[in-house]
Structures are given as C-alpha cells and as structure tokens.
Design a protein around this ligand. Sequence first.
Ligand code: AMP
Length: 185
Amino acid sequence: MSRETVFIGFGSNVGDRVDFCDRAVTLLSLLPHSQLAGVSLLYETEPVNDGSNPGEGWFLNGVVQIETDIAPKSLLSVLREIERSLGRDQDNRSGPRTIDLDILFYGRRVINEPDLVVPHPRLHQRRFVLMPLSELDPLFVHPVRQRTVNQMLAEVDDRSEVRLLFPQPSTRYGSRPTCGPRLDS
Ligand code: AMP
C-alpha cells in the first residue's frame, strides 16, 4: 500500500448545511489508514445548473485533504457510505443533497473507469471547487491538464457566485489551527 494525498470535495444544499458538512468532515477524519491533512474554509455557492437539478438552495462547499492508504475504489465506497449515513436520497441523486462527496484528486493518479473518473472531470470548471482547493494546495498540478490549481482558477469561465461563509462556524472535528497543511510529516 502506498500513502497518497487525496482531495475530497464536499457540498450540501438542504437542511442544516453546516452540520452536514461538519459531520462529513468528522467522518472523513476518522477513516482508518488515513490522516486528515487539511480542511478548507466553507464557501457559500450559487447552485449551478449543469444538467442536474439540485433545487433552489445555495450550497455550502469545501475541500478536505487526507493522506490515505485506502485504494480509490474502496474510498469511493466509503464516500457513498458516508453520503448514505447522512441521509442522501439514493433514489434522486441529482436532486437536493444533504451531502455530496467527490474524489477530486487521488495523488497524481489518472483513473478512467465507468464508476470512477479521477481527476474529477468537472473540477477545472468549478470555482466552488478551485477556491477551497487553492487554499489547501495552490500549486498542486492537475495530472492531465498540467495546470496548477491557481492557474485553473485564473482561467475558469464559471461566473456563478462563490463567497466565503461568514462567520465561519466553530467545528467539532478540530480547531482551525490543526487544519492547515501539516508541516511535520
Ligand atoms: P454524484 O451524484 O454527482 O455524487 O455522482 C456520483 C456518481 O459519480 C457515483 O455513482 C460515482 O460512481 C460517480 N463518480 C465518477 N467519478 C467520481 C469521482 N471522482 N468522485 C465521486 N464520484 C464519482
């Protein structure tokens, strides 16, 4: 097993969105064979109509960075399990969502399988993903596009509104100072 740096995007647009995001991050921080390496701030984002129908509610979005030995497919199953446990409606996956979890990057691996595409195929088109990613690792290079996160952010066409949530909630999964990139490993 080799430890990889993985970025996971999360979003919620129904119910107590802060609580759903907080619980998702808490569960991700407890994964076996893994270590939480960073959590972005929370952003409030306008719903983007890109084929799905997420409803009227604005999203809260953020990104988590973990170091993990969990293989990509297993990680995807774990994310689906977390979504289920937080009450996502599996029969209407494109509808309003308590929590949505996506694998954005899995190290520098490129995966093209029917149920898993990594890097996430739309991440470079979404400011609500690129902004929190750029907090965590602005110089991370997209292994297919060969652009850094900051370059993609500068080039993105997405004009939908993405604003920092204010005030930021205090969280259960740890105080903010532990959530920057770790320098000691
Ligand atoms: P969504 O409803 O937007 O959360 O999409 C979930 C579906 O996308 C799942 O059935 C996954 O198999 C598939 N999928 C493909 N690539 C990814 C990825 N990088 N991260 C999460 N889900 C993915």
